[in-house]
Design a protein around this ligand. Structure first.
Ligand code: 3PG
Length: 395
């Protein structure tokens, strides 16, 4: 979008797809406005160039028109951030939308109602895409978080609106999650955590081809331990992934990647915030205990290793950080990454849970890049292409 000038945009109706899928509480209050704030630079740019901005998004996964998934609660926050009165439509297509769009002043913003109120959105129905497109002159996609979905407002609509270009947020996400990962300053380390190895196989395999160091944490490590013959107590283990774990260890070796598994773990007698806990060596978790976090020796080793890097990508927490007692590993990694970012290391946080952990630690603005996409950033890290990106002119 940065290449578009005032001549391209003044008085033009721009269909801007953003990902305004923010969490709302039971009283429809926004509990995290990160995605709204992240969408502001592109909206403001278009406003400043005199475009009429027609803003579209989904929210949640409604089945048909569902008031609790309305985008209306976002209007006050958007208006405040943009410094204009954002106009809200009751629908995302149809006569009312056409009329409101026609009466928008240059620099005005019209927010459409949830595109997922129509099942045609997720079906990527061409007729529906055509109706969405019919209100505008050109298309900007800034919805990185939804770029892995080939839906009418992210993909189909590009067949009817030209130019179709990426917004600033989309561009920034791709610069980091594709650019910095493909051409990292070395040494390049990945930290992969999360509860299950099965959901991270693609990410680990793809990263093994790129990184110098791979640090593993989270619930998935117990599958690796069991594969190596360690006693894992009643820790989470994916029995059908033991061979896979062994083959990933072999693959790391054959590629010369230094693979770090925690050497000590914090174990609990039950999966609860108030569980009894103690630290034990990774190789000998006692019967009846389960690992819920990495231990202090591992934190030390991981931290020292991270000090030697120039680029780090983090996906997935080190332990059950939702429980204060088992948050130390995840918190320590977040702190270390903030510290090395200040020293010039490029740090990229991709994926929902690690982003939540960094935000919980209050370190969100201390990283080089925090992704606004969960599924989308995971798919990119797996080396997949995203349909919402591929559909753009400059893809
Ligand atoms: C997300 O929250 O990951 C995106 O907004 C996509 O939402 P979806 O998983 O419902 O498609």
């Amino acid at each position: 979008v940065g290449t578009l000038t005032e001549a391209d945009l003044k008085g033009k109706k721009v269909f801007l797809r953003a990902d305004l899928n923010v969490p709302l509480d039971d009283s429809q209050n926004i509990t995290d406005d990160t995605r709204i704030r992240a969408s502001v630079p592109t909206i403001k740019f278009l406003m400043d160039k005199g475009a009429k901005v027609i803003l579209a998004s989904h929210l949640g996964r409604p089945k048909g028109v569902t008031p609790k998934y309305s985008l209306k609660p976002l209007v006050p926050r958007l208006s405040e951030l943009l410094g204009v009165n954002v106009v809200m439509a009751n629908d995302c297509i149809g006569e009312e939308v056409q009329k409101l769009a026609a009466s928008l002043p240059d620099g005005g913003v019209l927010l459409l109602e949830n595109v997922r109120f129509y099942k045609e959105e997720e079906k990527n129905d061409p007729e529906f895409a055509k109706k969405l497109a019919s209100v505008a002159d050109l298309y900007v996609n800034d919805a990185f978080g939804t770029a892995h979905r080939a839906h009418a407002s992210t993909e189909g609509v590009t067949k009817y609106l030209k130019p179709a270009v990426a917004g600033f947020l989309m561009q920034k996400e791709l610069d980091y999650l594709v650019g910095a990962v493909a051409n990292p300053k070395k040494p390049f380390a990945a930290i992969v955590g999360g509860s299950k190895v099965s959901t991270k196989i693609g990410v680990i395999e793809s990263l093994l081809a790129k990184v110098d160091i791979l640090i593993l944490g989270g619930g998935m490590i117990f599958t690796f331990y069991k594969a190596q013959g360690y006693a894992v107590g009643k820790s989470l283990v994916e029995e059908d992934k033991l061979e896979l774990a062994t083959s990933l260890i072999e693959k790391a070796k054959s590629k010369g990647v230094s693979l770090l598994l925690p050497t000590d773990v914090v174990v609990a007698d039950k999966f609860a915030a108030d569980a009894d806990s103690k630290t034990v060596p990774a190789s000998s978790i006692p019967d009846g205990w389960m690992g819920l976090d990495i231990g202090p020796d591992s934190i030390k080793t991981f931290s020292e290793t991270l000090e030697t890097t120039k680029t780090v990508i983090w996906n997935g927490p080190m332990g059950v950080f939702e429980f204060e007692k088992f948050a130390a590993g995840t918190d320590a990694i977040a702190k270390k990454l903030a510290e090395i970012t200040a020293k010039g290391v490029t740090t990229i946080i991709g994926g929902g849970d690690s982003v939540a952990a960094v935000e919980k630690a209050g370190l969100a603005d201390k990283m080089s890049h925090i992704s606004t996409g969960g599924g989308a950033s995971l798919e990119l890290l797996e080396g997949k292409t995203l349909p919402g990106v591929l559909a753009l002119d400059d893809a």
